[in-house]
Write a protein that binds this ligand. Sequence first.
Ligand code: TYD
Length: 202
Amino acid sequence: MSKAKFITFEGVDGAGKSTHLAWFAEALRKRGKEVLVTREPGGTPLGECLRDILLNQPMHAETEALLMFAARFEHIEQVIKPALQRGTWVVSDRFSDASFAYQGGGRGMNVAKLEQLECWVHENFQPDLTLLFDLPIEVARQRLSRNITLDRFEKEKDSFFEKVRLAYLERRKKHPDRIMLIDASQTPDHVKVNLEKIVISI
Ligand code: TYD
């Protein structure tokens, strides 16, 4: 049996990654894999409490980054690593690339500090594959405007999301073997065709 993999989904709010993630996990299950779907911030009881704070309470960018990584430490130790060890695949809606994109790009936090946190929290541990759902910000914003309630991040200006998008693309340049770009401006059916090819190849 092939080794269980850790796969993450990333992209700006409104890219549609959550819908595609559910479909992707189901497609893996149909191919006989045991799959755990999880998310960040969140994924553990403590992580979900921190998510509620992070999505609703105003705070300094550095506090935001520290809480994201604190939740992540718990997530890795309590959920991700134990699942992988028992042969369960893990598909997470966001992981550390989101901290580089949102706190680094969006909030302008020093990337070297984020790298220190990354090294502290998960040195030598990275997703096997990251799918980056990329699309123009105007399209993402139109999709988001259908939501009735918006959280603290979703209420940010277009310029914030432009910076988040660019930081994600930078991250991809830095990790081209791990991060795969998905054109999220296509119709959901087109995206599914791409995802299907990925499911077959992994
Ligand atoms: P998400 O689950 O994508 O939101 P939704 O439930 O509305 O689809 O993510 C929640 C927000 O958290 C998102 O706006 C991005 C932000 N975030 C960061 O800023 N840094 C991080 O490290 C992570 C994991 C998420």
